[in-house]
Design a protein around this ligand. Sequence first.
Ligand code: PAF
Length: 286
Amino acid sequence: MRTVTTARELRAEMSAHRMRGAGVGLVPTMGALHAGHQALLARARDRHEVVVASVFVNPMQFERADDLARYPRDPSRDRSVLEEASVDVCFSPSVDEMYPDGEPVVRVDPGPLGSVLEGASRPGHFAGVATVVAKLLALVAPDAVYLGEKDFQQLVVVRRLVRDLSFPVGVVGCATVREPDGLALSSRNSRLSPAGRSAATALHRALLAGAEAWRGGSDPARCEQVVAREVSSEPLASLDYAVAVDDRLASVSSTPPPPVGHAPARLLVAAVVEGIRLIDNLEVGR
Ligand code: PAF
């Protein structure tokens, strides 16, 4: 694995690969790599001759300095995970390298997709994500970028970014990887106490209950209530939202449920446990 820390080195590396016609897959990460990232890397490894992983904790997508400071970092473990996944190029720039003039003046505005759900509680978060992803796509010029479905809103924003700004890249969403008890893997889970960790499983339980209600023919608004009630029954969890949306994040709860086997929809849930924001989602309606 070649580790590069500057845009110049990355461009030189990528142009050498492109000259020989190699296909490239990009897995963007903020480090603290876990089995969810390993699944993205494995998927990219299967499909591309060259796999690039970026490791960059992007300050632009954190609204609070303390959240940024507490974001878990483990560079030496990240390195072994990337080597084990047979990654070809690791791009791990400094903040100055990515933003040499400080916060960029020109940013990618995700529009209304960035101001709902997670964006309502985290103003500016998705502009930060969209801007850094656009920069990474410009630097790496991959054939495909791999993102986890756990951050469903992020996936929707990146799909739309690629479409609206005409980046010639495929966006591959990969299934959420879970602990045996259903908890979706997230770098933030490491900050939970054992009690908080156990409370966090309420999110997946709630989604399963909502999905069961969906399959049973309950309307989407009722399914949202089922999810909300289940999370609220966990004393350590404070619910932010439980919603049913389509693949453009539009609410489906004001329309009757589509027949099973049609129209994909997703139940999305967000809650705070021990001050840590947790999100999860489940596809329903297929
Ligand atoms: O999902 C993440 O880890 C980040 O939001 C991403 C896509 C690497 C952009 O910083």
